[in-house]
Design a protein around this ligand. Structure first.
Ligand code: CO7
Length: 355
């Protein structure tokens, strides 16, 4: 198939121009098709908070924005055995990587990236699929950095894990993975989202605005909590997680660089996840994200997405609640403004690009 396929010369895409402005560009380059990857018509994209933060030093001018997409395979590379034309797939891109500025999700076409993709089974909508990639990648890396197992290797004896920000899109995926690994989830969120967070696997949920909640978590864990996953990463969230971890110490992992001045307990080791490293290519962004590639992470992503594939095929992993917009790439700009406004609660913006 690849032999007879010539990628279009240009496409419509959402890019950041030389003046650091987000624009829709009708002359964006189309990526080449590698022998081991597939070419996908983009049918839907999701907007992540990180997409709205790609400005200034993070930008490769005229690089294509966007992390998460879902669509239909229109061509496969000559070495591809596990995808076929017509398959519906979803996946993620390492947008604004200085080496591959033509590889962002917010264009008419995507080329799959490594093994960071999933084939969508019939019950999973294309829009739901579009919301999965960054969540699975980020949650998987966070669980790895906590030193905890994925669902293919459940622990024999349940261990409690605090998930701060339980109603975030990353947390609802993380809690499902933790539950399937026999780990016990304790979460925080607003009371209006307690039911959602419980339905995604939290056994106990606390209101983070309740002044007493750190004490309540310490009581619930009898002062023995060892693991905290911070999906928010503010001074308050870091401080609350450090206070909740028991006297013997443990591990704290956040999704952004955390404030070290509140992470002062020596018995707690702390780390943070850079989602786009899931591709194994490291990061070209300015420090602290900048880092070299890692074959070990590349292998981990292949394992993680194989595990996730099995879970979605078996109906064991579901997507975050969606807020779906129509209106093509213009609606992607609208979605980015909605995410930036902070008005969303427990919803992932997904934009349909084709009907
Ligand atoms: O991974 C990538 C690529 C892979 C291939 S790209 C990276 C994607 N990950 C990130 O962008 C991680 C960093 N995340 C952020 O910077 C986000 O700003 C947050 C921290 C919000 C998390 O992003 P996520 O997409 O997971 O969350 P969300 O937008 O779905 O979260 C919104 C929720 C709200 O519903 C609030 O919860 P409720 O229950 O109170 O409504 O976040 C909650 N929230 C807070 N909770 C406590 C928002 N601000 C909060 C606060 N304290 N200050």
């Amino acid at each position: 198939m690849a032999d007879s396929f010539t990628p279009p010369a240009t496409q419509w895409a959402v890019v950041v121009n030389g003046d650091d402005k987000v624009i829709i560009w009708n002359d964006a380059p189309c990526p080449a098709l590698a022998p081991d990857q597939s070419y996908i018509r983009t049918d839907a994209v999701a907007v992540n908070p990180s997409d709205t933060k790609m400005r200034g030093d993070f930008v490769t001018p005229f690089g294509i924005l966007g992390t998460d997409y879902a669509g239909t395979v229109i061509a496969v590379g000559s070495d591809v055995k596990d995808m076929a034309v017509g398959d519906r797939i979803c996946g993620s891109q390492h947008a604004m990587n200085a080496h591959t500025p033509d590889r962002g999700a917010f264009g008419q076409y995507n080329v799959s990236a490594g093994r960071v993709w999933l084939r969508l089974p019939p019950p999973m909508s294309t829009e739901g699929g579009a919301s999965l990639g960054a969540g699975i990648g980020t949650a998987g890396l966070a669980i790895k950095q906590l030193g905890l197992p994925l669902p293919n290797a459940p622990v024999a004896k349940p261990v409690k894990v605090l998930v701060y920000g339980g109603s975030t899109a990353t947390a609802t995926v993380a809690m499902q993975l933790l539950r399937l690994a026999n780990l016990v989830r304790i979460a925080t969120c607003s009371p209006k989202n307690f039911d959602l967070v419980k339905s995604n696997g939290a056994e106990e949920v606390f209101d983070y605005r309740d002044q007493e909640f750190a004490g309540k978590i310490r009581a619930s864990t009898k002062g023995n909590l060892k693991y905290a996953l911070d999906c928010i990463t503010t001074v308050e969230s870091t401080s609350a997680c450090f206070n909740a971890i028991g006297r013997a110490g443990g591990k704290y992992v956040s999704l952004d660089p955390f404030s070290t001045y509140v992470a002062t307990r020596k018995v707690v080791s702390a780390d943070w996840v850079l989602g786009p490293t899931i591709f194994g290519d490291g990061s070209t962004w300015p420090p602290p994200p900048r880092r070299p590639g890692s074959d070990e992470v590349r292998r981990f992503s292949a394992d993680l997405f194989a595990i996730a594939q099995k879970l979605i095929d078996e109906g064991k992993l579901r997507h975050h609640p969606l807020h779906v917009l129509d209106g093509g790439l213009e609606a992607v700009l609208e979605g980015m403004e909605l995410v930036k406004s902070g008005a969303l609660s427990a919803q992932k913006i997904v934009v349909r690009l084709t009907s």
